[in-house]
Design a protein around this ligand. Structure first.
Ligand SMILES: Cc1cc2nc3c(=O)[nH]c(=O)nc-3n(C[C@H](O)[C@H](O)[C@H](O)COP(=O)(O)O)c2cc1C
Length: 448
């Protein structure tokens, strides 16, 4: 295939038990989402593979039939702080909810991670895909979809304002004069909004990246608007090239509408690689995974994705026509379209969604996987991929050892890091402090 001047961005979405519902049962899979050695290995492997980003999802509830990675897990920011000390270049991103936390707390957590990691933090802004979380926070119910997004938009504005509490260079620590901080460079936010009242300033200086990188994955109309207005990385759930391209075009057009440079929005669809030294070997792994499937857990995963309890429907009947999801619209639309196009039964869709929770599965030799990635990238359907290995560590090690070198040889992926921060890896500018951004204006006024 032709060489491309653009290079793709690669992230790995790490779930300790793997993305396939039954991945943890594979012979060489290592146990769990609480296995620090395994997680350190995955972070170091991502860095060895020159990946942009290591990502941890999160949920604020658990239950007996959830995906095994969701059942028990470490708190992501605590874990990323530990991983920051075992790595030096890989970006470190995690989900945090705007529905069940306070902006002041989150601004501190991510600013701390950015300082600890020397500029490698990213925040996946979610409104919460699991309504059951409400009961853990003294709430009667999960707020409705549109309200959750309205809260999220204000939440992010507050967090960014708090990150700008101190101008760059405000902490002078001048031993000679005895001046620790330049208080004229401290700013009080005084935010009084519809959902939050936050005075500020934040008790932590400006993060090394100015603002940690903002990630978003909403795919509904409101979710796309939020992504286009605030996100610098967008996680997408796409199965086929044309709809993926349409989503990317739509997100970029919306970004322009919000006055943003569309190049500052990096769209990374999820991909689950099933790699074999031959195509037959890769397919055999898929069959083996299918043999381990727990049908109840798999149907619960699909129910969560489609936003409706599917346990009452006949498995060998067609996928039922359901009212729009109020939880994860993006997943629901993609999976329902696939079921319609291929006339799938509920059982077939259940087994398909077990692969990577609704994301695209690429099964084959390293060359075939590289071809599948290159095709979407060159077509402009994305800026890279969010890799979702079916289990850990094997398939991710295989990707780094066998697929990354092919992408590098084709000129599609970096052979060495050229920067240190996550922003530098992604080619994103560091946001200037609002005071610095206004400086040329002030200078013009001063000089007339
Ligand atoms: C790759 C990826 C990771 C996600 N991670 C989380 C997560 O950790 N926690 C969560 O509650 N939702 C997560 N989501 C769900 C989305 O953030 C979003 O809330 C969901 O897609 C619903 O938005 P929509 O209705 O606008 O499509 C994730 C989605 C994707 C595609």
């Amino acid at each position: 295939m032709a060489k491309s001047a653009r290079q793709m961005h690669l992230g790995v979405y790490v779930m300790g038990t793997g993305h396939h519902v039954a991945g943890w049962r594979m012979k060489e899979a290592q146990a769990g989402a609480e296995n620090l050695d395994l997680l350190v290995h995955a972070a170091r492997t991502a860095e060895r593979g020159k990946f942009d980003l290591f990502f941890l999802a999160d949920a604020l509830n658990t239950g007996p039939t959830l995906h095994p990675s969701i059942l028990v897990r470490l708190e992501p920011l605590t874990l990323l702080s530990a991983l920051a000390m075992c790595t030096s270049r890989i970006g470190l991103a995690a989900t945090a909810s705007t529905t069940y936390t306070e902006p002041y707390n989150l601004a501190r957590y991510f600013a701390s991670l950015d300082h600890i990691s020397r500029g490698r933090a990213g925040w996946n802004v979610v409104t919460g895909a699991f309504p059951e979380a409400a009961a853990n926070f003294g709430r009667d119910k999960h707020p409705p979809h549109e309200k959750r997004y309205a809260i999220a938009a204000e939440f992010v504005t507050v967090v960014k304002g708090l990150w700008d509490s101190w101008e760059d260079g405000a902490i002078v620590m001048d031993k000679a004069s005895g001046r620790f901080a330049d208080i004229s460079k401290m700013h009080t936010l005084d935010h009084n909004g519809e959902f939050f009242n936050v005075k500020g300033p934040l008790n932590i200086s400006r993060p090394p990246q100015g603002h940690p990188v903002i990630i978003q994955a909403g795919a509904s109309d409101t979710g796309r608007d939020l992504a286009a207005s605030i996100a610098e990385v967008v996680y997408a759930v796409q199965q086929e090239l044309e709809p993926a391209k349409a989503l990317a075009d739509d997100l970029r057009a919306r970004a322009v509408k919000f006055g943003r440079n569309p190049d500052h929005l990096k769209i990374l669809p999820g991909v689950c690689p099933i790699i074999g030294s031959t195509e037959a070997e890769a397919k055999q792994k898929l069959v083996e995974l299918g043999g381990f499937l727990d049908p109840v857990a798999a149907l619960k995963v699909l129910s969560d994705r489609l936003g409706h309890d599917l346990s009452g429907y006949p498995l060998d009947g067609p996928v039922p026509e359901l009212p729009p999801s109020t939880v994860m619209q993006g997943h629901a639309v993609t999976l329902s379209a696939l079921a319609r196009k291929y006339n799938m039964t509920l059982r077939e869709l259940r087994d398909f969604a077990a692969g990577a929770m609704g994301h695209r599965v690429l099964c084959g030799t390293p060359e075939m996987i590289a071809d599948g990635l290159e095709e979407w990238f060159v077509a402009g359907a994305c800026d890279g991929f969010n890799l979702m290995p079916p289990w850990f560590p094997g398939p991710f090690d295989d990707f780094v050892d066998h697929v990354v070198p092919i992408l590098q040889k084709r000129g599609l992926f970096r052979t060495e890091y050229t920067g240190y921060t996550l922003r530098e890896h992604l080619g994103l500018p560091r946001p200037p402090h609002p005071v610095a951004a206004r400086a040329p204006e002030r200078e013009m006024l001063r000089t007339g």
